[in-house]
Ligand binder design. Sequence first.
Ligand code: PHE
Length: 346
Amino acid sequence: MQHQLQELRTEALQKIQNCKSQAELLETEKAYLGKTGSLQEILKSVKDLSADKKPVIGKLSNEVKKELEAEIELQKQTLKKLEIEAKLNSEFLDVTLPGQKPEIGHLHLIPQTQKEVEEIFAELGFAVMDGPEVESEYYNFEALNIPDTHPARDMQDTFFLDNKLDDEHGRMVLRTHTSPVQIRSMLTHGAPLRIIAPGRVFRYEATDASHDAIFHQVEGLLIDENISLAHLKGVMAEFLTRLFGQKVKVRFRPGYFPFVEPGLELDFSCLLCNGGGCRVCKQSGWVEFMGAGMVHPNVLKAGGIDSEKYQGWAFGFGLTRLVMMKHKITDIRYLMNGDLRFINQF
Ligand code: PHE
């Protein structure tokens, strides 16, 4: 009997220590210490033993029982500790790891360059103006001395909206140039005036490598007393020299726009060949850049400015084309299609 008890003790202790889960431990506890467990069976048979063996076996059985109970409790604690550790390991969070960096965007090439342009003109004393992209026919055409019969109004060039503002302002259009801001600025601020107005313009055109229905322009307007085209030449040469970071020369050619008189086109010396002639400037040494001229008296009148006292010049250039020249971009469509492989190069 004593021997049997010792064997049971050794076996039970080992089983308890090998338990891998609380459930398994509970099973083992039941198997040895439960009502029908093996130790209980032995305890039950103690009463049938002889008087001299009874106290010895009784005592030993109780000792074994206590020992097993203690071992079970110990294993219970060990398992609990392991469970907590496993949980901690699976949920481990290293707060010292560097965080995930959010992707930081940057300005698109057009607004980037627009900012540079604005900064240079601000240094030269020009204010930056804004105007609506949805304009009335009046501001986009009439006030700029563009009569009803002008081909620019043709459905081929202009996006017309369905609604008509009133008889005086005509239909609504998507502005075809930034020139309406000339009128708006004159009406709001009067003379003298020194502004630029960058912004989006729209033309009903088929797109190809050098044409897009949406592009960006920069308008310029200077009105004061005793203003001549010499000032325009000086301002533009200075502007382009600062923008390109190298000496740039400009030249005038005659040109026609209804809202200026005389009207002209301004070219600048080719930056690639320095005027010597190359493929970019088609061997001429000059790059066509913008339209300009002395503000037409009718335009000054529409802007509420006394054309006897004041005169000035205006210009308009394509910001989009400037960006393309500056960064040697060969297709205008790259600029607006939102392809990150293109955009992230700048
Ligand atoms: N608005 C003209 C264009 O879009 C450019 C221009 C502006 C010409 C001002 C002369 C003076 O082509």
